[in-house]
Design a protein around this ligand. Structure first.
Ligand SMILES: C[S@@+](CC[C@H](N)C(=O)[O-])C[C@H]1O[C@@H](n2cnc3c(N)ncnc32)[C@H](O)[C@@H]1O
Length: 209
């Protein structure tokens, strides 16, 4: 019996028949489309392949905040204009990070004449963090999104009462220490860093259309 059937395709024209799935998930893709017209088209496609009574789960990204509005654009701009930073983002490996950490530790021991152990930094700056940096800098587009717009797309495409979700992601690298703020949008520091928080929704498609 066939359990899983994977197809690659474009979200703007999903390669499945209408009303194919009970549950449809789209995670972190729509913010990388070229413009809002494409986001609308993608949402229409996600709705089309969802069965009446089925669920559509979507994650866009953060709504505002220092990272999205200030640091991501600055990093992306620097990536496009500085060859050394581009090379660092494109090619750095965890092994390179380990070597940098060892270099810093040895310099500190030599110059400060004290024992220093920076081993913990190697696990805080891991492969997942390097890939996250690549996602921030290399993705050709990262469009701003809003909660209002997201809810509107659900209702316009025949879904009732979209429900906002909050999830706690337990990470292993330095982002672990940001996780409590990442999902607690009521804290002023969360709002400063992540604005309205990660837009993550689920809704049921009306079955009386
Ligand atoms: C941030 S990654 C998210 C990947 C995965 N969904 C996850 O959550 O780990 C964004 C993905 O969107 C894909 N993508 C961008 N434009 C797309 C399009 N028009 N159709 C399908 N996928 C697209 C990229 O190839 C990339 O894999």
């Amino acid at each position: 019996m066939e359990c899983v059937n994977l197809k690659s395709g474009n979200i703007l024209s999903i390669p499945y028949e209408d009303e194919s799935f009970d549950f449809v998930a789209c995670h972190g893709v729509m913010v990388h489309l070229n413009n809002y017209a494409e986001v609308e088209q993608a949402f229409k496609e996600l709705a089309r392949v969802t069965k009446p009574g089925g669920m559509l789960y979507t994650v866009l990204g953060e709504e505002g905040g220092i990272w999205r509005d200030c640091l991501y654009p600055a990093l992306r701009n620097y990536y496009l204009n500085n060859e050394d930073f581009k090379d660092f983002v494109d090619h750095t490996t965890p092994q390179d990070v380990a070597e940098i950490v060892d270099f810093v530790q040895n310099e500190m021991v030599t110059r400060e004449e004290e024992s220093v152990d920076l081993g913990f930094l190697k696990s805080l700056l891991d492969l997942d963090l390097l890939v996250t940096l690549q996602n921030i800098c290399q993705a050709p587009v990262r469009i701003p999104v809003s909660e209002e717009q997201h809810i509107e797309m659900y209702t316009r495409n025949g879904f009732c009462s979209p429900r906002r979700l909050r999830r706690y992601i337990k990470r292993k690298n330095i982002r672990r220490y940001f996780s409590p703020l990442h999902y607690n949008y009521d804290h002023y520091l969360s709002r400063l860093m992540y604005g309205g928080g990660c837009l993550e929704f689920i809704a049921r498609k009306d079955d009386d259309l």
